[in-house]
Design a protein around this ligand. Sequence first.
Ligand SMILES: NC(=O)c1ccc[n+]([C@@H]2O[C@H](COP(=O)([O-])OP(=O)(O)OC[C@H]3O[C@@H](n4cnc5c(N)ncnc54)[C@H](OP(=O)(O)O)[C@@H]3O)[C@@H](O)[C@H]2O)c1
Length: 302
Amino acid sequence: MRALVVDPQAPAALRLAEVPEPTPAPAQAVIEVHHASINYGELNGARSGQMPPGAVLGWDASGVVVEAAADGSGPPPGARVVAFASAAWAQLATVDANATAVVPTAVDLADAAALPVAGVTALQALRAGGPVLGKRVLVTGASGGVGRYAVQLAALAGATVVASVGSAARGEGLAELGADQVVVGLTGIDQPVDVILDNVGGPQLVEAWGLLAAGGSLQSIGWTAGEPATFPPYATVGAPKSLTSFTVTGNRGADLATLVTLVAEGSLSAEVCWRGSWDRVAEAAQALFGRRLTGKAVLDVG
Ligand SMILES: NC(=O)c1ccc[n+]([C@@H]2O[C@H](COP(=O)([O-])OP(=O)(O)OC[C@H]3O[C@@H](n4cnc5c(N)ncnc54)[C@H](OP(=O)(O)O)[C@@H]3O)[C@@H](O)[C@H]2O)c1
């Protein structure tokens, strides 16, 4: 089969190649991948040399089950599904039954492919911050994949949402998604916030920490800034508040099912802002690293 493999010499360190078909474990289905999306994390892994040449990457896949899990778990052959995979940028992928959700007919498979990493991250990070009804939630990196879902889910959960972006242009569309205030950097936030979903890290994380109310929670999701964070003396002393490392855990299939249902109902927008054939992956990656994407890029898998 064909797959995108890591190649340090190729644009975006990825090229199409022939690779062996994957062998499923007993609790894994095999899906024919129709669409896959890209995330900052796996693209950064490819370009930084963390992933070995020849490796097949990709976490977000949607498509059709061609072989059900041998242990009887998960959807049957023919089901339209979306999944958290480990080698999704391929014509066939193995997916854990508990990391897969059936896609309602009302939802386009290309939209579904945008959801796994970014959507489940936004959902779980928001949940980790505690109930937000009537609370103020700050989302940093709100223009990106995780950010645009986090803004929508926090608004759906009843929060007052402050969306932080890198420039006024990057804030476009966020008010329509539910942001009550869109700020450039952290300028103009004149009241403390109760929950921070931080996708940026670096000096902005330190500044955000200073805006967190007593009893508040900062979920450290990502570090796109790529710069260190230096806390001034005593910044972490005083009224209790928490900074928590975040990673996706638990039953990702159930969370994916929640997300596709919200999309089917029209309560959540998949925010696909770029779509093209997977042989254009380098173009999509350049747009992502160049901070020109406003949402998710979805690849059509040949
Ligand atoms: N912990 C986990 O389990 C987990 C899961 C998913 C994602 N992540 C991490 O969360 C972060 C966000 O992921 P994503 O998929 O939403 O990424 P994305 O779509 O690329 O969005 C990231 C946003 O960060 C902002 N940003 C600030 N400084 C940046 C810089 N120096 N370079 C690039 N972007 C910068 C950009 O917004 P502006 O241009 O408006 O500033 C951009 O829209 C990434 O670091 C990712 O690795 C972690």
